[in-house]
Design a binder for this molecule. Sequence first.
Ligand SMILES: Nc1ncnc2c1ncn2[C@@H]1O[C@H](COP(=O)(O)OP(=O)(O)O)[C@@H](O)[C@H]1O
Ligand SMILES: [Mg+2]
Length: 339
Amino acid sequence: MNHIDSLRDLFGTEFVAADVKGYCRSHGTTYDTVTKYLKPYKVGRGKWNLEITQNVVDSIESSLEKVYLVPEKDPNYVPFGNFNTLKKIIKSGLFYPTFITGLSGNGKTLSVEQACAALNKELIRVNITIETDEDDLIGGFRLVDGNTVWHNGPVTEALERGATLLLDEVDLASNKILCLQSILEGKGVFLKKIGRVVKPAKGFNVIATANTKGKGSDDGRFIGTNVLNEAFLERFALTFEQEYPNAKTETSILNKLCKDQNFCARLADWADIIRKTFYDGGIDEVISTRRLVHIVNAYSIFNDKVKAIELCLNRFDDETKQAFLDLYDKVDADVEINQ
Ligand SMILES: Nc1ncnc2c1ncn2[C@@H]1O[C@H](COP(=O)(O)OP(=O)(O)O)[C@@H](O)[C@H]1O
Ligand SMILES: [Mg+2]
């Protein structure tokens, strides 16, 4: 029987230096010889576990890493607005924290994903909520086969890989987001729980998206958004104000999903009028690009324009829904909306 099997018989799968020394004395061998065989099972100073080897830990860690990849190219993506500028920033490989603000559903997140997809650049996206804390962002200890193993959070992973880090919906964050301050200065991070410094690898950058500019939302449309710390906002070099695509671009976006070109164009006109009315204060809600996509998808299921529009407008209160329907009636003479 070899040393490992004998040790397992005597002590089970886990043992410490004192156990091994006792074993050596009774088996006429030296501590150095036995510990050499035990090397792959070392889990700490003078501690071994026959069930868990560093290889197992590494393979678990690397299987987790595979989650983060270069985003897939979306064949339906239509570049517009700041897309090319954003792409240039990412392509430059420079550290240039960028903030993208704009109303909901106008393609902010998708633009970052598609810029990285086009550049074959790794992207790590973190959806920020009020609960997001240092452990979620930077990392912490996880239990792996009964052992606590350090696991990089998405921010640390992006730093080490030189990936683009997307802090999505960053204005939902609490002050716990301030743990990112040194990272936003391009200095990397000190992992105090394991005493390791992580410097940003070449190509690392941070892009944040938000519905507000981090100053809160007066009109109550973006519930949950918070006023972000001024020093945090100051770390962002550049801010893009993303508008909804114009009617022509929006028609192209919808045309990729729906063959009825006339319907797509009418929907885009309608959204355009609604947005103008919204900016003039005539209405409290807008139709986002995302909602138009929902409508053409509903149309492909039901093959009924009015039904598709109505179903997708049900999320709004009755008054708003009626106002939207009336406006649609005006832009599309072919469609009969039942009043
Ligand atoms: N440029 C675009 N090309 C194609 N589809 C788009 C585009 N912009 C937005 N969309 C559609 O709108 C949806 C919402 O976009 P998203 O990026 O999630 O919005 P935001 O992050 O601004 O809230 C997408 O899932 C997609 O269907
Ligand atoms: Mg988004």
